[in-house]
Design a protein around this ligand. Sequence first.
Ligand SMILES: Cc1cc2nc3c(=O)[nH]c(=O)nc-3n(C[C@H](O)[C@H](O)[C@H](O)COP(=O)(O)O)c2cc1C
Length: 190
Amino acid sequence: MLKDVLIISGSPKKEGNTSLLVGWFAEGAKSAGANVEIIRAADLEHKVMGCTSCRACQKSSSYRCVINDAVSDCVARFSSADVIVMATPLYFFGASSQLKCIIDRMFSLYKWDNAANTMETPLKGKTFVFLGSGFEDAGFEAFESPFRLTAEYSGMFYKSLVIKNAGISGDIIKLPDVRLKAIELGKEVV
Ligand SMILES: Cc1cc2nc3c(=O)[nH]c(=O)nc-3n(C[C@H](O)[C@H](O)[C@H](O)COP(=O)(O)O)c2cc1C
């Protein structure tokens, strides 16, 4: 069956290292027959910055954030994808703020019952892919850990391609093998 791949591209740069990684990954996934949708985090309309911790999503049975904006639509879309990809440049040892604002709204994709010590999420069983790059080669464990841990917590299969010494926006094209690795990963996960 045709796999549905949703890519959240977290760089504010339209033509940079992240967009190149995303493009190559998407090329691989499409060549393997997947349906691929790319959402640029920086283009989404936000009514609030990140999650407000209102907890209204925990009182509803819907896996949708109650704040009606484009981020809510984006996060609700995770439920129907087979493969969720998050791509971001390394900004001060973490994800870009554009991507983090979407990640925190994922609170609506979990239903916790603290008394019963249970958690339900439609993310379980999906594949999660992290695509990251940074200028230097320091702090990459701190960069990647939140993505790996979130995937594990959610019961998702985890894959990643993290590029150190990627240079400034667009320089990643000069690194040998990165394009092929990204294309191969795109093929592999679908
Ligand atoms: C605000 C900002 C913070 C950054 N912080 C780091 C950092 O802590 N470590 C690092 O290696 N690179 C850092 N970089 C460099 C980018 O992570 C790197 O050039 C990335 O590949 C750029 O991707 P892009 O072209 O998609 O924006 C930073 C860049 C910016 C603009």
